[in-house]
Design a binder for this molecule. Structure first.
Ligand code: SF4
Length: 612
């Protein structure tokens, strides 16, 4: 079968052949797939080789969408292996965010909309030399020809080449993408409607002739919701007032002051850390009383353009974007106001990612959504808007079951009503009993920094190990440094106290380094207006509000956390779910069916026995 022939290795890994066969069929039938494929199956090559085979035959483009830069490298290496093994030629382009590709100075600190305006102004005023060189056909062709004979380059390497040749990396990558069969990019390039339209025009692509492979697909619902969500805050308005004052935009300055007064007025009865629902028409009517919104939006945009000719940042576009988004939809959005650390925030939060994803998926030739945590697959079909005949399949883990001990310890809980110093002490006691007896590193994941800090007070007194702490807002370098430090304790063992939704909850891949993962409590969303509205929304659509909006997203996080332990066939480790709720059938049934989970309070003999 020709489709299989592009597999670049001598032998298939366990289950890999089955995935490829399934995807061959999906692609041949122009169908779609939602596949739960645990770590170690070789998902990337299993999706890429059948997709490339059909893409070359039918002149399609493959968009490999991933939010992780490390994954770009894996796709590029896989593509190169396919080229070498099958002696075929095709082009690959890797895109990261345009701002991160830009080689102008000091753009890293700008937010996306400010950067986009900045780039637009530079291009219009013909003051970006890189862009001007890219528009010079001879210079651009020279750079492009050089690129085409090299092995596929990561965007970071492309940036270096462009800096030498003095052309714009984004422009060069776009020209290369027009001729490429594989394009690696962030979800934004396909799911942000403004970016997608311009991007597709630029690289002359269309959805009907595109295969989408969406990696780490469990993140897509949240990412799509974020694209359609926005907030107007008192801090933002204060910055806008300063900007307009400094630039002599008196009329707009007055309007922004009145908007700030309005925000203060409608939040007058909202206490700190509290929130209340705001009706769509109520807020817009009030804004219209200050100034006609139809006129205000272009005024903000023009003012932003003026400011950006003098300085590198302006927040006026962010306010314009909020006002444009606010009238969107009806019950698919939650609208509320809240106060947090003296910053009042008017929030527009999208509840339904399928507003963005459904049309894109259904118009594509084929979309393959894949991840090691896509359970249940029907939920992703429902909430992202995949058609009913989509292939949904759960593949088993290829790693030996005997290398993993999975325990539920129901002796404690982090349920809000049960929180107490005694409870925190009990949690720390179990944590220290386990980690003190593990030869090697452990990571403990908590639902929040607050709980982590409460428990760690007690834990520090009991542990015999070095304790490392994740901190909020760590930079890329700080994270790298912390993981390097943690790795050095491989033999003696350290305990990293981390957060379920934090920097280390997913994506870190340290084979042979982690012997134990403990998940304390359940990382459930706060029962706030947004969560409650989403529960109601999914109840009305699918009759599964609590599952889709509350329980399953939390279980997905814990499965991602647990997945940090066993990263290779030879890794051996203990997974501990520490909360009474994991033993309840409503939560236990959400775990992969092939997991052997033991509910026990007598955990130490089991752990000691497992490692002997
Ligand atoms: S045209 Fe290219 S190099 Fe110039 S500002 Fe925009 S992204 Fe940066």
């Amino acid at each position: 079968m020709q489709e299989k022939s592009l597999f670049p290795y001598e032998n298939y890994r366990k289950i890999q052949e089955e995935i490829i066969k399934d995807l061959d069929k999906v692609l041949a039938e122009k169908n779609h797939a939602v596949i739960h494929a645990p770590t170690g199956l070789g998902k990337t090559v299993s999706a890429l080789s059948p997709a490339l085979s059909i893409a070359l035959k039918k002149k399609l483009k493959i968009f490999f969408l991933t939010s992780r830069h490390t994954q770009h490298k894996i796709v590029l290496e896989t593509a190169q292996k396919i080229k070498e093994k099958h002696k075929i030629d095709f082009l690959v382009t890797s895109f990261i965010g345009k701002k991160h590709m830009c080689i102008q100075e000091n753009v890293e600190s700008m937010n996306s909309s400010t950067f986009n305006e900045y780039c637009k102004v530079l291009k219009e005023e013909k003051t970006c030399d890189y862009y001007l060189n890219s528009k010079n056909k001879t210079k651009q062709k020279l750079a492009l020809d050089e690129l085409k004979i090299l092995p596929p380059l990561h965007s970071e390497e492309l940036k270096k080449k462009c800096a030498l040749q003095k052309v714009c990396p984004y422009e060069l990558a776009s020209d290369l993408a027009e001729q490429s069969q594989i394009i690696i990019a962030d979800y934004h390039y396909l799911f942000n409607p403004h970016i997608q339209k311009n991007f597709f025009n630029k690289i002359k692509a269309n959805l009907e002739e595109s295969i989408l492979i969406i990696d780490e697909g469990h993140n897509l619902p949240q990412r799509a919701r974020e694209i359609l969500s926005s907030r107007l805050t008192s801090n933002l308005l204060k910055r806008a007032i300063n900007e307009t004052q400094k630039n002599g935009l008196d009329g707009l300055n007055e309007t922004l002051r009145e908007m700030l007064n309005l925000l203060n007025l409608i939040s007058e009865d909202v206490r700190e850390e509290n929130e209340k629902v705001i009706q769509k028409t109520y807020f817009f009517d009030k804004i219209n009383e200050i100034k006609n919104v139809e006129l205000l939006i272009p005024e903000l945009k023009i003012a932003a353009d003026i400011i950006l000719t003098k300085q590198k940042r302006s927040v006026l576009n962010v306010i314009a974007e909020f006002l444009e988004l606010w009238p969107s939809g009806k019950e698919e959005f939650a609208r509320y106001i809240k106060k947090e650390k003296e910053n009042t925030q008017l929030v527009l939060s999208c509840l339904d990612p399928s507003i963005l994803t459904k049309e894109i998926i259904q118009n594509s030739h084929s979309t393959i959504l894949m991840s090691g945590t896509l359970l249940p697959t029907i939920m992703y079909q429902d909430i992202l808007g995949f058609p009913k005949n989509t292939l949904k399949k759960e593949y088993a883990s290829p790693f030996p079951e005997q290398n993993k001990l999975t325990l539920i310890i129901p002796s404690t809980t982090t349920k809000y009503v049960s929180r107490s110093q005694e409870q925190f002490n009990n949690i720390s006691l179990i944590m220290s009993n386990i980690t003190n007896n593990i030869k090697g590193n452990s990571i403990v994941f908590f639902p929040s920094y607050y709980l982590r800090d409460q428990v760690s007070e007690f834990f520090n007194e009991k542990t015999t190990k070095t304790v490392l702490f994740e901190q909020p807002g760590m930079t890329k370098e700080q994270k790298k440094e912390l993981l390097e430090k943690f790795t050095k304790y491989k033999e003696t063992g350290a305990v990293l106290l981390s957060i379920a939704s934090g920097s280390f909850g997913e994506g870190i891949d340290l084979p042979g380094i982690i012997k134990c993962v403990i998940i304390v409590g359940l990382p459930l969303e706060k029962p706030d207006i947004e969560t409650k509205t989403r529960i109601q929304y999914y109840d009305s659509l699918f009759g599964k509000g609590w599952d889709y909006a509350y329980t399953l997203p939390a279980i997905t996080k814990t499965l991602q956390n647990a997945g940090r332990c066993i990263r290779s066939e030879t890794d051996k480790g203990v997974l501990v779910f520490l909360d009474e709720r994991y033993a309840w059938s409503s939560y236990k049934k959400c775990f992969p069916p092939d997991w052997k989970m033991q509910v026990t309070e007598n955990y130490l003999p089991l752990i000691k026995n497992f490692f002997t």
